[in-house]
Design a protein around this ligand. Sequence first.
Ligand SMILES: Cc1cc2nc3c(=O)[nH]c(=O)nc-3n(C[C@H](O)[C@H](O)[C@H](O)COP(=O)(O)O)c2cc1C
Length: 330
Amino acid sequence: MAKIGDIDVGEFPLLLAPMEDVSDPPFRALCKEQGADVVYTEFISSEGLIRDAAKSVMKLDIYEKERPVGIQIFGANLESMLQSVEIVEKSGPDIIDINFGCPVKKVVSKGAGAGILKDIDLMVSLTDAMVKHTKLPVTVKTRLGWDHDSIKILEVAERLQDVGCKAISIHGRTRAQMYKGEADWAPIAEVKNNPRMHIPVFGNGDVDTPERAMEMRDKFGLDGAMIGRASIGYPWFFREVKHYFETGEHLAPPNLQERVEAARRHLQMSIDWKGEKLGVFETRRHYTNYFKGIPHFKEYRMKMVTSDDAADVFAAFDEVEKEFAGFEFA
Ligand SMILES: Cc1cc2nc3c(=O)[nH]c(=O)nc-3n(C[C@H](O)[C@H](O)[C@H](O)COP(=O)(O)O)c2cc1C
């Protein structure tokens, strides 16, 4: 059984990765329904939170049904991070996660995200201060290192554990790799196999089939799998992995009805949560995957992604439901 602090997250939990503009409350709720054991918010700027920037604050919303949920924050300034911990706590998350892995320039250039991999002492002292500042379990998500020549994840994980970090999720790439190449899980397994480590070590990067998830569990011996891209527009990935673990067999993919229903609920929840304009806009990225495999789908997809009017998008769902009833997904 894996535990994050006092939270029992089950045996080999599947975690929904934090993903900007993806891991919002509606999507997290859908993933939770389909078997995600822990869900994370997208990263939230500590500087934005303390300025009370509306966009950052809105990202703190959580639904009861998605628990346990971790709110992920990023920043490099101790004072701002501590203040943002206090703000985050008011939303009542189960976990506070620190992003020490984001590779994008605008974040890294401020020393935040993966930028901190160049200053391990700061990474440790920030974590230390945050752990001391909250009663909630603090977890860290990071990468293997800054670049291939500076992989110090073994030392980093130990030091984070020593200051009270309750779990670590490691993306098997360096910052220099961004998203290129294949994620390397061997260094993550080294962290796990370090006899001094006792907190859960979750693997991340390229878990895109149930077999890969099983490999992460059985061959690499990690404590859980954090799943990102494979779930975008495909929340069923979680239940497919679980089914495979339980039976050794592949679950049939969701049928058209289920996909249309998920798209409808996703859009409706998004509209309820952030209003029609943003709800319609931000749900668009999921449709390609929801309906992947349907031939000559472009015409319908265009209807879904070009109108700002929710009624048009719902009408497109109805059309797809009628037009492709009985379509067999591979
Ligand atoms: C669209 C997108 C947004 C992301 N945003 C975040 C983020 O906000 N915080 C974070 O820690 N990682 C973020 N990531 C990285 C993912 O959490 C994950 O580490 C990465 O996608 C590798 O896992 P995967 O191969 O399962 O997708 C993002 C990735 C994607 C594709």
